[in-house]
Design a protein around this ligand. Structure first.
Ligand SMILES: *Cc1c(COP(=O)(O)O)cnc(C)c1O
Length: 382
């Protein structure tokens, strides 16, 4: 029996809520279920405004529009992240400035940040890797000194906290993903969290194709017209119905993911120590949302050997994030020498070669997890 890397977890009410959306007669965007999803995010996180989007990628594109990113502007991003964190800004003509990561949390290294700031820096985009908070006090202090907006890519971090405060509530804007691989999903989806209320009105307009449609619906304007840039960033209410079922099962989902994470951590601790394998590090002041379980192998060869060995046991383990500063697009758009060559982000390059993610999804049984652990421990090449 194969153990996949990921499987979408259904929690019970998804089909019933989608059937209700059909019965309501509204399957386009911003229906009843979308409003309930907005209310859930706003209430749980205490953010002034949440807007569902078609993906985290699109929420990031909205942040680039909201910050008026122009050709030639610079945006500071970790090299160790998903392409969308950077692509969303490059689409507006921005040049990425890649920052290395910390070797412990694999988050943007705040001690490298200040030296990368120039008068052209228009945004800093920390990614809370594996849902473990970046050092937000230091990042916000530096950004504040230069008046640079911070956008959190919180795709991994919904319900994680830094010093007791929810991730996604630190930046003026933050983005969430509800892709199938994330803790809460509707297949493809995302959200924009708006912490600075100055962005709310324009965000609604950008999301509605550059029109003031939302204002007309609320009776705040009497004609609906084209007044700004925009695109179509709102998901169907059918997807919101699916997502609401997941949100409502929040305790169940998070308890299961916590159990999965703690099982791996407990059963791999001794083996990891003996074999110089790194396990995830969560600082005291961070609470993680149990998004993933990864290991840092001693070398690229050891990682490949482990992945190959697990494959022979029908277990799929994967690696991710090739350094963006070394990618074709990273090199093409990077703003300066010394920022897109091997050795320029040494921690990113090392981690990218050594990281492996283990199967991690709701419904992964303890027996299957024990099989994964046993296979790892028996890997002959280590
Ligand atoms: C998943 C992910 C995204 C993209 O999310 P989509 O909803 O698929 O667009 C962006 N950033 C990070 C860090 C991610 O993990």
């Amino acid at each position: 029996m194969k153990i996949p890397f990921n499987k979408p977890g259904f929690v019970g009410n998804e089909q019933a809520y989608m059937a209700k959306a059909l019965a309501n007669g509204q399957i386009s965007g911003d229906g009843k279920f979308t409003r309930q999803c907005h209310a859930f995010l706003e209430k749980e996180l205490g953010v002034p405004k949440a807007l569902l989007t078609t993906s985290c990628t699109h929420a990031l594109e909205m942040t680039a529009l909201l910050l008026n990113i122009q050709p030639g502007d610079e945006v500071i991003v970790p090299s160790f992240t998903f392409v969308s964190t950077v692509n969303a800004f490059v689409l507006r003509g921005a040049r990425p400035v890649f920052v290395d990561i910390r070797p412990d949390t694999l988050n943007l290294d705040e001690s490298c940040l200040e030296q990368l700031i120039t008068p052209r820096t228009k945004a800093i985009v920390p990614v809370h890797y594996a849902g473990v908070g970046c050092e937000m006090d230091a990042i916000l202090a530096i950004a504040g000194r230069y008046g640079i907006p911070v956008v959190e890519d919180n795709a991994h971090g919904l319900l994680g906290r830094y010093k007791g405060r929810w991730l996604g509530t630190f930046g003026c804007l933050a983005t969430q993903s509800f892709h199938e691989t994330k803790n809460f999903t509707c297949g493809e989806g995302g959200a924009l969290l708006i912490n600075d209320p100055r962005y709310v009105e324009r965000a609604e307009i950008l999301r509605e194709k550059g029109t003031n449609r939302s204002q007309v619906f609320r009776g705040q304007a009497d004609k609906y017209s084209w007044i700004d840039l925009g695109s179509s960033y709102l998901p169907s209410d059918l997807l919101a119905a699916f997502l609401l079922a997941q949100f409502e099962a929040r305790d169940h989902i998070q308890a299961q993911r916590r159990r999965l994470w703690e099982f791996y951590a407990a059963h791999l601790r001794d083996w990891a120590l003996q074999h110089h394998v790194g396990l995830p590090f969560v600082p005291e002041h961070c609470e993680q949302p149990y998004h993933m379980f990864y290991m840092l192998m001693p070398s690229l060869a050891a990682r490949q050997a482990l992945i190959d060995h697990l494959k022979t046991r029908s277990i799929l383990a994967v690696f991710h994030y090739l350094p963006l500063h070394l990618s074709v697009m990273g090199r093409r758009f990077s703003s300066r020498p010394g920022n897109c060559l091997p050795g320029d982000c040494p921690v990113t390059e090392s981690v990218s070669n050594r990281l492996v993610r283990l199967p991690f999804y709701i419904g992964l049984s303890e027996a299957d997890q024990a099989r994964v652990v046993a296979a790892i421990i028996e890997c002959p090449a280590l």
